[in-house]
Design a binder for this molecule. Structure first.
Ligand code: ATP
Ligand code: MG
Length: 276
């Protein structure tokens, strides 16, 4: 078996606020994500999904256990190693507006990131490259001149993805990346996420509570409840033959993004045109 891109062993995260009782948010979670695959993490609100995501990025002070990315220990990583790590592993959030600078047009935002990371030799080269990256996520050159508030939610999420990709992200940790979007727009963005996995070899740690989304995206699936893993395995098996009542309940409660996906697959080409 090949070495996984990300390996998490017995991860524990406890929050301690002064004067308040401790909250054990993640209680001994282990998993591995193969390079180029998508691991979906599902579970009800408060089950520790976002905490797990932040801990995998090395952003939780109270994290214990091991997080190993491409053979490197993430918890307690030194400053130089962390800089490279934060390029290769990036987070995609639910609310793309909150993660974009409101005063920068999409093209300028990407160009700035490229310049900061020394990935473009001149302003003109950065601007050209920014347009190329917008194209990668299905946005035409005209979107380079739009401010975040002039973009739809789906378009903003595309810009966000372009920003992560342009610095060379290999693992994307996406915390509910489509749950703020309309169902039809969700389908477009999910199609894009899958395409980035298949065509560019992006590895996904995809967090959500919607099993229909996971059916489309996840190769492996992990079900969390109250900070622990309830079950994990191949997504197809788990979704067709869930072992636990908890997983069955989640399945029964899952909305109908699949119908929109089916419609989207019929009317091909939409995902590239940025109509969302
Ligand atoms: N900064 C914090 N300080 C104290 N407790 C926290 C903090 N962040 C999260 N928690 C607690 O940790 C537990 C897990 O929270 P987390 O946000 O990881 O859940 P989640 O699965 O992402 O939920 P949701 O689906 O609602 O996003 C919850 O009990 C939450 O109240
Ligand atoms: Mg969360």
């Amino acid at each position: 078996m090949t070495v996984p891109l990300l390996r998490v062993e017995d991860l524990r995260v406890t929050y301690r606020a002064p004067g308040r009782r401790r909250v054990a948010a993640v209680k001994g979670v282990s998993f591995a994500v193969r390079r180029g695959s998508c691991l979906g993490v599902v579970g009800e609100s408060g089950s520790g999904k976002s905490t797990l995501a932040r801990a995998a990025l090395g952003l939780e002070e109270g994290a214990r256990g091991r997080v190993v990315f491409d053979g490197q220990e993430v918890l307690g990583m030194g400053r130089t190693a962390r800089l490279a790590f934060r390029r290769r592993v990036q987070m995609v959030f639910q609310d793309p507006l909150g993660s974009l600078n409101p005063r920068l047009k999409a093209g300028a935002a990407l160009a700035e990131v490229l310049r900061v990371h020394g990935l473009a030799r001149s302003r003109a080269a950065a601007a050209r490259s920014a347009v190329d990256w917008l194209g990668t996520v299905g946005l035409g050159a005209e979107y380079a001149d739009r401010f975040p508030h002039e973009l739809s939610g789906g378009q903003r999420q595309r810009v966000n993805l372009a920003r992560a990709l342009c610095v060379g992200a290999e693992l994307l940790i996406a915390d509910e990346p489509v749950s703020a979007l309309d169902v039809s727009v969700q389908a477009h963005i999910l199609t894009l996420l899958k395409r980035l996995q298949v065509e560019r070899g992006i590895t996904w740690l995809l967090i959500g509570h919607d099993l229909a989304v996971m059916r489309h995206m996840a190769d492996e699936l992990m079900v969390m409840r109250a900070g622990k893993v309830v079950e994990q395995g191949a997504a197809d098996d788990l979704l067709s033959r869930p072992h636990h009542d908890y997983t069955r309940e989640l399945l029964a409660a899952s909305p109908r993004v699949e119908e929109a996906l089916a419609r989207r697959e019929e009317s091909d080409g939409l995902a590239r045109s940025g109509t969302d």
